[in-house]
Ligand binder design. Structure first.
Ligand SMILES: Nc1nc2c(ncn2[C@@H]2O[C@H](COP(=O)(O)OP(=O)(O)OP(=O)(O)O)[C@@H](O)[C@H]2O)c(=O)[nH]1
Ligand SMILES: [Mg+2]
Length: 511
């Protein structure tokens, strides 16, 4: 019976205790044990050696490993799609049709965001007995308002758009492979800035329920091609879109195969109503007062609704880059640059795309070993937003802290870090619309409230962190990017590619 009162002494080592040979070991047992231990050591050494050789071989064979890091919605998967578009253009184009379901879901979500925002108006109107609410929504001129607080026309519109609820479920079932239980996650009420969120925080019960009314579910897939398989099997993956004359522009009717696709049919039938809803002055005013800037949301297609709901619609390159599908998990995408893609053809690239939300970050670490370079994406337009998964954390602050920890990480001391200050297009629009950066970033002070000054400021801040926190001196590569923009991003990715390949060659020469 074990001694339950045993107290370990200072030099007691439970592991040593467990593997110590028995005291009454015979000579024969001892020699057997020694032989087994020697064999185990030989196997372990052989594994180490084969790992070392594989690593060496990979470097010699020009296998380049690139890791994409950054918070959720920073643009990692978009950057990966961009690489694929540039360097495996044929494969990218063949897969474009598969993105149609994602875009359909993005549209449906935008419509529901508008409708949910309107529901909030109705509730407030009833709850407040018609008095002005804190955000003044009930004072809006809503034409001939019915008892719900909405005009009859809006009520009819909402009714006519109800089939989209069914389409949403259908698309989720299509995109998420069977058995993927966790595939839905709750984002925050859209478009709520920290200042607005603190306003929300001090509101009544009623306002909190309005907040809940905004909550939708964000669909995610694990990275890789499995979801594409399920879309294909869903009967719409008729990717007959080919290739030579294809210039990546939006498809117009007549140059794409018509496919039987219930979601597309319902969306086509709802196209006019969606347009009316989106262009309605009252709806715009509600969104504005609720600080819901739908145009800045990931996966925004309402301004292209006629084109993207056409029955023969095939997504353009731009559409694929603008579509939103959250990543969960970590995955390695391998591809050889297609010969047509340029002089680096033949190099095998392994680009690792990770999920960026907080619960996903622990999965990054095993990939720190043996990467050539990291592209870190910091979406600077998030300075007035909070994290979806933790509404107490400002997005910009989160990016800065993440950047510090990546710069300081000893495992990454010899890895090149490339910083993308991303979403500059959204940043520019935001600053132009009058949102003041200095209100959120005090140290910004009296600098001009424009993209040029802001990106210069952030570049110097991130560069200073890089210098201060890197365990060994290394060069800083920083770019201001809008990775959904095909023309500007192509040049930046080409520079990154050249830098990574150069460094990789240098390393393999050192082996
Ligand atoms: N306007 C604009 N949209 C962008 C930019 N970069 C990314 N997006 C959009 O932002 C959304 C999120 O981008 P993703 O690439 O899915 O983000 P991610 O970092 O992979 O996010 P997780 O998978 O959640 O970790 C997508 O709809 C993109 O099209 C940008 O520079 N400008
Ligand atoms: Mg992603």
């Amino acid at each position: 019976m074990p001694n339950m009162n045993y107290k370990p002494s200072g030099d007691f080592d439970p592991l040593e205790e467990a593997i110590r040979p028995p005291l009454d070991e015979t000579e024969r047992e001892r020699s057997q044990r020694v032989a087994q231990e020697a064999e185990a050591k030989r196997i372990s050494n052989a594994i180490d050696e084969s790992l070392r050789l594989e690593r060496q071989d990979r470097k010699k064979r020009r296998v380049v490993r690139l890791l994409l890091l950054g918070q959720s919605e920073s643009g990692k998967s978009t950057t990966l799609r961009h690489f694929q578009r540039l360097y495996t253009p044929n494969a990218f184009r063949e897969e474009r049709v598969l993105w149609r379901s994602v875009i359909q879901l993005n549209i449906v979500r935008s419509v529901h965001t508008m409708i949910d925002a309107l529901s909030g108006v109705r509730r407030q109107h009833i709850d407040s007995g018609g008095e002005e609410s804190e955000d003044g929504l009930t004072t809006l001129n809503n034409g001939a308002a019915g008892h719900s607080g909405l005009s009859q026309e809006l009520e009819f519109l909402k009714m006519r758009l109800t089939p989209l609820r069914h389409i949403e479920q259908l698309l989720i079932a299509k995109l998420v492979p069977p058995g993927e239980d966790e595939a839905l996650a709750l984002p925050p009420p859209p478009g709520i800035s920290p200042s607005a969120s603190s306003t929300y925080g001090h509101r009544s019960q009623r306002s909190r329920s309005d907040e809940r009314a905004f909550r939708g579910q964000e669909v995610f897939v694990r990275p890789g091609t499995r979801w594409k398989g399920s879309v294909n099997r869903g009967g719409m993956g008729n990717g007959q879109q080919h290739d030579e004359e294809d210039d990546g522009r939006p498809s117009s009717e007549g140059d794409a195969p018509e496919t039987r696709d219930e979601a597309q049919e319902v969306l086509a039938a709802c196209c006019q109503d969606i347009t009316t809803l989106w262009n309605d002055r009252f709806v715009r005013e509600v969104l504005k007062r609720r600080k819901i800037r739908l145009e800045e949301f990931p996966g925004f297609f309402l301004n292209d609704i006629e084109r993207v709901t056409a029955l023969k619609y095939i997504p353009s390159d731009d559409d694929v880059l603008r579509a939103r599908l959250k990543t969960v998990g970590v995955s390695e995408y391998r591809f050889e640059m297609e010969a047509a893609a340029g002089r680096e053809s033949g190099t095998e690239w392994r680009i690792i795309d990770v999920g960026g939300s907080r619960s996903q970050r622990a999965t990054w670490i095993p990939f720190f070993d043996d990467v050539d370079a990291i592209i870190f994406l910091a979406p600077i337009s998030g300075f007035d937003q909070v994290l979806a998964e933790d509404r107490s954390v400002n997005r910009l602050e989160d990016s800065v802290l993440l950047w510090k920890s990546i710069c300081a990480n000893k495992l990454l001391a010899n890895v090149e870090l490339v910083l993308f200050l991303n979403k500059c297009d959204i940043m520019e629009a935001k600053l132009r619309s009058g949102v003041r950066l200095s209100k959120y970033v005090r140290s910004y002070g009296e600098r001009a409230n424009d993209l040029e000054s802001a990106s210069k400021y952030f570049r110097s801040k991130f560069s200073a962190i890089h210098r201060e926190y890197s365990p060994l001196p290394r060069k800083f590569y920083g770019f201001c990017t809008s990775v959904t923009d095909t023309s500007t991003t192509a040049g930046i990715l080409a520079s990154v590619r050249d830098m990574v390949v150069r460094r990789h060659l240098k390393q393999s020469r050192l082996l």
